[in-house]
Write a protein that binds this ligand. Sequence first.
Ligand code: 1GP
Length: 256
Amino acid sequence: MIGKVEKYLLDKIQEGGTIHITLLDPEKVTPQSASKTAREVETCNTAAIMVGGSTLTSTSHLDDVVKAIKKAVKIPVILFPNNITGICRHADAIWFMSLLNSSDPYFIAGAQVWGAPLIKKFDLEVIPLGYIIVGESSAVSVVGRACPIPYNKPELAAAHALAAQYFGMRFVYLEAGSGAKQPPTNDMIKTVKEFVNVPLIVGGGIRTSHQVREAVDAGADIIVTGTVVEESGRVRDLIGELVDCAKLGGARDDSV
Ligand code: 1GP
């Protein structure tokens, strides 16, 4: 069943075209810094905050970070877990994600099995997501034991994305890894969009408004950025610029 947060994302894409989501890595923030950043990006019209990273963080720290963000902003907080330790009762929703090109069944369905009862207990909204790692080796590909899909093999990304859709996953995420030298290519985004009709999330290595514009033009429905927020002293300018670019996508009927 489609919950409140998912409906909110779908409506936003339907009405205004591509949306932007800010990713905060709990390992790299304090509750104070997270709430400050969240407030700043909310005023720049980012659509939601995702919380997650590739390394493990203590559950009490994750709790404190999510609670602080929730207190600071009205936009939804969506967990982006790399393991069962990424589940937190204070968030609005969780990407229930399967790393489709992992060679380890734990990251395809194992962690999900062990995490599911906790998600139910916490009454978190679940958004099923097919997660596909592309490009070069990265922290997320190492941790998730994935064999990243080469940038020049878009048809392989499309096959994974189509399988995700056939499994009933309602979003697909093309991930180049946080801080990647190069985001998923336009060709890859375009090819995946030709194959699937679920919303496509693109992230990893996006740092400039030019890159956002390219991803929007290629068909991304959601753009995720994390590193630029962590590294830049001018969060407001940068996110504002990225969000404006994401909006250039305009409303479209084929996105959902
Ligand atoms: C990583 O796709 C996200 O999971 C965001 O990547 O940190 O490179 O923006 P960046």
